[in-house]
Design a protein. Structure first.
Ligand code: PLP
Length: 366
């Protein structure tokens, strides 16, 4: 067994075992396997904790973006701006709805959306932009909203890694037209299967979303339009609601651990939230010049790690059909070749961190 796992879902389960078993038992008793009272309770409680007016659980974080694009009327003939440095699930839905993803470069300091680059890639077909609060580090939402307003773009915030994060005191996901979340098991709030959330401040959009995710229906057998099945399972709702009780504590702990890493890794470039951001640190990412060597050393020492993400969107084989290829995005491609995600989870002990840092410093070059 690894001395320091990359993340520890077993420790998390043990810290909430009684409540999680009760949640599963509740689902078995109620037999509300799809949507139902536990999902409704979770919807209310997640909105209350994160902030925002209207929201609903759904099937996962990728389909949440598909639904958001549909709700905003994005489809064939439209172009959507997406950061080149993100998880593939951010841009896949753009293609799913028949639109064209247009990649934008990241800035070299914060590794977030470069709005000057975005401006250069605008065309009369550009319909929307998807800022991603990657790693739980909020994007500068007032600048992005000003850019979107100037160019009449819809905004979908991908909050898959940013539950409870804030920009200038306001919850992420409440700036744009619609926001999406993922509860993939390893996310800051994780289900025991696939699950996601769609958030909006607009009641009309919410009404569309609610029907779209459930076969476009208002009544059981009355379908007003063609939607699909993007609902949340009752079991996931019950499990997520039980986990919500710990979210504030887990988020606080993530911030403390990130600070502790920062202090120990002074000579390296690391994740850096902007001054106005309240980050929630989904991952702890550091830049190294000799990543393969560090990863091999970690493996031998029994330390888990990962790379999020090793291949930029322009280098993905699936993106070749849109004319993208390696060598087109200098900043993000260089960044991707240097990043390493260190072990990071709320239950991590300082002993585990100290061991990780000691082994890291033995081989890592900045
Ligand atoms: C996890 C993730 C998604 C996709 O969420 P799923 O629930 O796995 O479908 C989308 N975007 C980002 C940035 C993610 O981290």
């Amino acid at each position: 067994m690894e001395k320091v796992p990359f993340m520890d879902l077993e420790a998390q389960f043990k810290s909430l075992e009684r409540q999680l078993r009760a949640a599963i038992e509740e689902t078995l008793q109620s037999r509300a396997f799809i949507k139902g009272p536990a999902v409704e309770r979770f919807n209310k409680n997640f909105l209350k904790l994160h902030g925002g007016r209207f929201g609903t659980g759904c099937s996962n974080g990728t389909s949440a973006i598909t639904v958001a694009l549909r709700a905003l009327g994005v489809g064939a003939g439209d172009e959507v701006l997406v950061p080149n440095h993100t998880f593939f699930g951010t841009l896949e839905p753009v293609v799913e709805v028949g639109a064209k993803p247009v990649l934008i470069e990241i800035d070299p300091e914060y590794h977030q959306i470069d709005l000057q680059d975005a401006a250069r890639r605008l065309t009369p077909k550009t319909k929307a932009i998807i800022p991603v609060h990657l790693y739980g580090l909020p994007e500068p939402m007032d600048e992005i909203m000003a850019f979107a307003r100037t160019h009449s773009l819809k905004v979908i915030e991908d909050c898959a890694q940013a539950h409870l994060a804030k920009w200038k005191g306001q919850p992420v996901g409440t700036f744009g037209d619609i926001a999406t979340f993922s509860f993939y098991p390893g996310k800051n709030l994780g289900a025991y299967g696939d699950a996601g959330f769609i958030l909006t401040q607009d009641e009309k959009l919410f009404d569309f979303v609610n029907r779209y995710i459930d076969h476009g229906r208002r009544d059981k057998y009355l379908h007003e339009f063609f939607g699909g099945n993007f609902r949340m399972d009752g079991m996931q709702g019950a499990i997520l609601d039980a986990k919500l009780a710990k979210m504030t504590e887990w988020t606080k702990r993530r911030r403390e651990l990130a600070k502790a890493y920062d202090e120990r890794l002074k000579d390296f470039s690391k994740l850096k939230p902007r001054a106005e951001a309240e980050a929630v640190y989904h991952l702890y990412v550091v830049e190294v010049a000799n990543r393969d060597q560090v990863m091999a050393h970690f493996k031998a020492a029994g330390i888990g790690c990962g790379v999020h993400y090793p291949v930029t969107m322009n280098c993905q084989p699936a993106m070749a059909q849109f004319g993208y290829m390696a060598g087109q995005f200098a900043v993000s491609e260089k960044f991707c070749s240097r990043i390493l995600s260190l072990p990071f989870f709320p239950e991590m002990t300082l002993e585990q961190m100290n061991f990780t840092v000691t082994e890291f410093l033995k081989v890592a070059k900045s």
